[in-house]
Design a protein around this ligand. Structure first.
Ligand SMILES: Cc1cc2nc3c(=O)[nH]c(=O)nc-3n(C[C@H](O)[C@H](O)[C@H](O)COP(=O)(O)O)c2cc1C
Length: 223
């Protein structure tokens, strides 16, 4: 059996896709992976809306672009994006990257990925763990997609604000009443059209693990 850590550590968010379709059998496996995620009290509050329709994905991409553009423009005005990309030495390239961010184009890739899966949770069955359950399901989907050779990205930004989440619900016909469904994210899936350079930079374990007590970075002897 392959070490699952190899799958986990070689996954990377993919935001550029080839137009080739994702076969149904692969999609079914990705949904099946979601079904097996851990869930508080086994409530399984997740619902998945699989979207292949180009027109619908265009609307999702436009929504994402608009929200992202507004957020990034604000960050740009505060100088955050310039600071973040200061390391790009070529000024033409830097300007291109900045433009990609503050126009929101960075977030419109739902238009390109042949599949988008909206991940929503029912709030009507009493589970208080909806965001956690759905996050576990999403991670399972990302890992299964990656194991199948597909690329995927977890996308929360475009549905983060209540206003945009409502627009997203309207696009997909999700009931908009309070306390009915929570939109947590969508996952874009397709064949990667970008180089997979991994692992992505990640903090080292000793920057995030304490032993026995908060702040204790030395691993104590045991046994
Ligand atoms: C809760 C959550 C929300 C995210 N939202 C977005 C998003 O809105 N747009 C996007 O492009 N990527 C989004 N991502 C992907 C992250 O940007 C990505 O996981 C991170 O940069 C690390 O890169 P990696 O996945 O390639 O390791 C999200 C990831 C998580 C876990």
């Amino acid at each position: 059996m392959p070490d699952i850590l190899d799958v986990i550590s070689s996954r990377k968010s993919i935001r550029r896709y080839k137009p080739d379709p994702v076969p149904d059998e692969m999609l079914d496996k990705i949904l099946e992976a979601a079904r097996w995620a851990p869930t508080g009290e086994n409530y399984q509050p997740w619902r998945f809306i699989v979207v292949r329709d180009q027109e619908t994905r265009n609307r999702i991409g436009d929504l994402a672009k608009m929200g992202s553009g507004a957020r990034m423009t604000a960050w740009h005005c505060m100088g955050h994006t310039q600071e973040r990309f200061a390391g790009i030495e070529d000024p033409v390239k830097r300007e291109r990257v900045l433009r990609f961010m503050y126009t929101g184009e960075v977030s419109e890739f739902a238009k390109q990925s042949p599949v988008v899966i909206a991940v929503i949770g029912t709030l009507m069955e009493g589970s208080v763990d909806v965001p956690y359950d759905l996050s576990a399901a999403i991670e399972n989907m990302l890992l299964e997609a990656h194991a199948l050779g597909l690329g995927a990205c977890w996308v929360h930004g475009p549905v983060a604000s209540t206003r945009d989440a409502k627009k997203f619900k309207e696009i997909l016909g999700i009931p908009t009443g309070m306390g009915q469904y929570k939109v947590v994210a969508y996952v874009s899936i397709g064949w990667a059209a970008e180089a997979r350079r991994y692992p992505r930079p990640k903090k080292a374990l000793d920057e995030m693990v304490f032993w026995e007590k908060f702040g204790q970075t030395e691993r104590p002897q045991h046994g």
